[in-house]
Design a binder for this molecule. Structure first.
Ligand code: F6R
Length: 242
């Protein structure tokens, strides 16, 4: 794992945008793996800026998102479909038919998980996977206890994850209890992985990650098993690891 320590959130986002844009320029037909949450918002703004100011094109790019809440329909204000449309896709020239997220409302969750994993295999390997870091070490919605060989599956969200995400909902009760997520093995199939972490809140998680001890109790630690991971971390998030 290559670790790049940057000054702040803005620098983290710029550095990440440079890496994504270099990937698109190298291969205009790239397949990107995308995350939601607060961490990549700055990156997504910068990608949108790249389209507006430098005419970068995503016309041939395909995107595969990590996860979606179970039970929310695509147009629900808190669905990850909606999040991605608002924060990224609407600002790019991407063909919406080339953007993929799990269907949180699929009637058979098992079938949906199989379909999504097959999609990753068919479109992939993902050239560049973007990840945020959960305070409990989750990546995607792979909570502590998720095995290394897990593929796309339905998970019950940790209470801590639901509390962290409650800021996007009007109350904790509204936060779904389950989600469909790519598994650890699905994520590790990607060619390259870019993990982003910013702010004091992520300090403990970054410290633990940098202990380099892969294990189920801290899912992000499995990233040590991949040969091309870059962690971009800002000073505040890196503080405890120094
Ligand atoms: C989002 C996702 C999650 C987040 C993580 C960090 O698609 O899969 O793993 O990346 O919960 O969330 P933020 O960025 O809000 O701190």
């Amino acid at each position: 794992m290559k670790v790049e320590v940057v000054e702040n959130y803005d620098e983290m986002s710029s550095r990440a945008a440079d890496i994504v844009e270099a990937q698109i320029l190298r291969n205009p037909r790239s397949v990107l793996g995308l995350a939601t949450g607060s961490t990549p918002l700055g990156l997504y703004d910068k990608l949108a800026e790249g389209v507006r100011q430098r005419q970068l094109s995503y016309k041939q790019v395909k995107t595969i998102n990590l996860d979606e809440y179970r039970g929310l329909n695509r147009s629900h204000p808190n669905s990850y479909h909606k999040f991605m449309n608002e924060h990224l896709f609407e600002h790019l020239d991407i063909d919406m038919r080339h953007t993929y997220l799990p269907d949180g409302q699929a009637s058979s969750v098992e079938e949906e998980c199989r379909r999504y994993e097959a999609l990753i295999d068919r479109l992939g390997p993902i050239h560049l996977q973007i990840l945020g870091l959960g305070t409990n070490g989750h990546i995607g919605f792979n909570e502590p206890g998720t095995p290394e060989n897990s593929l796309t599956h339905c998970v019950e969200l940790d209470e801590s994850t639901r509390k962290n995400n409650a800021r996007f909902f009007s109350s904790l009760e509204e936060v779904p209890t389950h989600a469909i997520t790519m598994g650890i093995a699905s994520i590790l199939k990607s060619d390259k992985i870019l993990l982003l972490a910013s702010g004091k809140k992520k300090g403990e998680a970054v410290k633990r990650l940098l202990e380099k001890q892969p294990g189920e109790e801290f899912p992000a630690s499995f990233l040590w098993k991949h040969e091309d991971v870059t962690l971009i971390v800002d000073r505040e998030a890196y503080q405890l690891a120094e």
